[in-house]
Design a protein around this ligand. Structure first.
Ligand code: FEO
Length: 401
């Protein structure tokens, strides 16, 4: 891949960002990444030893090597630390190991297993680290904090106390390609939207573990000047703000908001969605309405993150919900949002199977179902639409209860 030669960025003295920017990424296993992404790697020089934290996606290997070479010859690196085995951070490892020939490749116990299962190499100089390990670089030390299932079993983060930098792996990241490197250098609305999108699409299913990890960080009273994330902008200004947001998101608390999601065949389910929205709106409840023909699952989940209610509607096709709704609910089931109110609506020709299927899915996610929902035969009558408005009012009452 052609190298876009952005210079490495020195975060603290002898602490460099040497990653790669992926301007073109638009899909990250089903998550639409409209702003691209970055794969952040960090080079840290101590008085005696040099360490590289994480690598980049395989096709950006040349950029990583080029960035390292602007600071130091790659074979001067003594240690490579792998905080997370997913291939956006380890794709470059085989090539980097060949060039660097490090003394040690450090990772968690699970990380050793996961790297082996990815790369099937028994000649790599793997060494397992844990919370007791202190890696001395000379004037800088590295500590390791396990972050299991955030979001893979082997995940860990690295902390350099002398620089007050936490290399936080995917945690606090955003898929956000930018020529800027720090949180205070970009549009704040976009930054926080991308951070919320990242949380909703990556960390939502492991929220309880995230809460425990945040407690652990707080208990360790780490001084934090930088949260050096593995994707997107490095936090240096709004560290408290992003930790506070992670606290809120991981608690799965909600705001008075309803997200109405539907797919429609001939416009009948769309009419019902609008009637439910009419009944729902007001009294401080905010609503968002998403037609699955025009909205991506990952954007809808981002809006659902703090919503109290998720309302699902679909026409019936061949004894099933429509394919785009099936896609959405499959994605939502994987992310398993908690603490939600739900309701279903459908238009059908001969059998209403859609409200039943949608209610079953929401019950499986332990949604509080407001009522059995509204189904209209073919095109909704005024009476059907009034039932939808009534359902909207009942959802609002449940949200405000
Ligand atoms: Fe950025 Fe879980 O990889």
């Amino acid at each position: 891949m052609e190298i876009i030669n952005l210079k490495p960025t020195e975060i603290k003295k002898d602490f460099w960002w040497v990653g790669a920017i992926d301007w073109d990424l638009r899909d990250f296993h089903g998550y639409e990444t409209e702003k691209g992404s970055t794969y952040n790697a960090y080079l840290v020089k101590g008085n005696n030893k040099v360490a590289l934290f994480d690598t980049v996606k395989a096709e950006h290997t040349d950029t990583l090597i080029s960035n390292i070479k602007q600071i130091i010859e790659p074979d001067r690196i003594d240690y490579i630390i792998s905080n997370h085995s997913e291939m956006d951070h380890t794709g470059a490892l085989p090539e980097i190991l060949k060039i660097v020939k490090p003394e040690k490749l450090l990772c968690s116990r699970k990380g050793a297993e996961t790297l082996q299962l990815h790369f099937h190499r028994d000649d790599w100089p793997l060494e397992i680290v844990d919370k007791e390990t202190v890696l001395d670089l000379g004037g800088k030390t590295v500590q390791f904090v396990a972050s299991p299932m955030l979001h893979w079993p082997e995940s860990m983060v690295s902390y350099i106390p002398e620089d007050a930098v936490l290399i936080s792996n995917d945690i606090f990241g955003q898929h956000y390609a930018s020529s800027e490197r720090f949180d205070d250098e970009v549009d704040q609305g976009e930054l926080h939207r991308q951070a919320a999108k990242y949380y909703a699409n990556i960390f939502l299913p492991v929220s309880s573990g995230m809460g425990k990890f945040l407690d652990k960080l707080e208990n360790q009273k780490l001084k934090l000047d930088f949260l050096a994330v593995d994707h997107g902008l490095i936090w240096r200004k709004d560290i408290d703000g992003i930790i506070e947001k992670y606290r809120f998101w991981s608690s799965q608390k909600t705001v008075p908001k309803a997200v109405i999601v539907y797919d429609t065949m001939w416009g009948s389910t769309a009419k019902m969605a609008r009637a439910i929205a009419d009944g729902l709106i007001g009294n401080g409840v905010s609503i968002m309405v998403f037609d699955l023909h025009h909205n991506h699952r990952s954007d809808i989940i981002t809006e659902a993150l703090d919503a109290r209610a998720i309302i699902l509607g679909s026409s019936v096709l061949n004894k099933n919900i429509l394919p785009k709704m099936a896609d959405f609910v499959t994605y939502m089931k994987g992310l398993s949002p908690a603490n939600k109110i739900g309701a279903a609506f459908a238009s059908y020709g001969w059998n209403d199977v859609a409200t039943k299927q949608l209610n079953e899915i929401m019950e499986g996610l332990k949604f509080e179902i407001v009522d059995s929902g509204v189904a209209a035969k073919y095109v909704p009558s005024e009476d059907d639409l009034n039932k939808c408005r009534e359902l909207g009012k009942n959802i609002r009452k449940a949200i405000l209860a």
